[in-house]
Design a protein around this ligand. Structure first.
Ligand SMILES: Nc1ncnc2c1ncn2[C@@H]1O[C@H](COP(=O)(O)OP(=O)(O)O)[C@@H](O)[C@H]1O
Ligand SMILES: [Mg+2]
Length: 283
């Protein structure tokens, strides 16, 4: 059984990509899970973080990114086509010593121009789902990092997803979007005839000295319309910001920070795995 989980929030800069990358590396390095990361954001932040700019440039020049899948879909204009997604999967991308089971489907800036072209073709939201099916059972988790919109490419990610998490900074502006995201995703689930389960909200960039942050977390915990607030908050930390750079940090502790950051992210990954199992069940 593979759990496919989207990371989504209509606000940018709230830690979606950082949360996705850290979950993948923790689940692989600390818990031996096989994880596939799918970068759906044309800003390519997750791709840069996982393989660096040079390697990405090589792949993009050879059209070995997600853009090649959607280009095929656009030119097939609704008729059937076969696309072997394993040709664009980068294997064992993390340079960290213990993290050997994280693969990546890289993104491309070219996705921006493709958005409308795919939208006009046949089953426009099912392209990624059909492409991923043959490789699903090679993974325990597939994490889909979504851009902050609900356009066709994002819908492709949601269509594949059994569940989703909403990373948010615990402040007023960042949490406004939670309700609308939940509602829209519920509507898509109905349209596609399968529920997309909300696992909960991940608190990111948490500053415990901030009254606003503390109060907002309390508010979030009281809200009945949120499945749960993951109890392990991701602290705001220079080391987590620096982890966005592609270099060999050696260990997870070195990369994310040993002053509580590593433990917070490890706990989050553990809660995430427990929650997917409880909420989605083992098939
Ligand atoms: N916990 C954190 N502490 C400090 N900086 C962070 C943290 N999480 C994310 N960042 C930084 O904030 C910026 C936005 O994070 P990112 O994960 O790219 O958000 P999103 O994917 O939602 O746009 C990036 O520069 C990232 O390195
Ligand atoms: Mg992002």
């Amino acid at each position: 059984m593979t759990y496919v989980v989207a990371t989504i929030n209509l606000k940018g800069g709230v830690g979606k990509t950082t949360t996705t990358a850290a979950l993948a590396e923790m689940m692989s390095g600390e818990f031996g899970q096989r994880v596939l990361l799918v970068d759906l954001d044309p800003q390519t932040n997750l791709t840069m973080m996982m393989i660096g700019e040079r390697r990405w440039g090589e792949l993009d020049a050879r059209n070995l990114t997600l853009a090649s899948l959607f280009e095929r879909a656009a030119s097939a204009a609704g008729s059937d086509f076969h696309f072997d997604i394993s040709t664009i999967i980068e294997r064992a991308v993390s340079p960290l010593r213990k993290v050997s089971t994280v693969d990546l489907v890289p993104s491309s800036l070219r996705l921006i121009g493709l958005q409308e072209k795919i939208g006009a073709s046949g089953d426009a939201t099912g392209v990624l789902l059909r492409a991923l099916k043959p490789v699903l059972d090679q993974y325990d988790y597939i994490l889909i990092d979504c851009p902050p919109n609900l356009e066709t490419i994002t819908l492709n990610g949601l269509r594949c997803s059994d569940a989703y998490i909403i990373p948010t900074i615990p402040d007023v502006m960042s949490t406004y979007g939670i309700g609308p995201v939940q509602q829209r995703i519920a509507q898509f689930g109905e349209r596609w005839g399968k529920p997309i389960v909300e696992l909960g909200v991940v608190v990111t960039k948490y500053r415990k000295a901030s009254t606003v942050h503390r109060n907002t977390v309390e508010d979030l915990n009281r809200r009945r319309d949120i499945a749960m607030v993951f109890p392990s908050f991701i602290p705001e930390a220079n080391q987590i910001a620096a982890a966005a750079e592609y270099t060999d940090f050696g260990t997870l502790r070195n990369k994310y920070g040993a002053e509580g950051q590593f433990t917070a992210l490890r706990d989050l990954a553990q809660d995430f795995m427990a929650t997917t199992k409880v909420r989605l069940g083992w098939a």
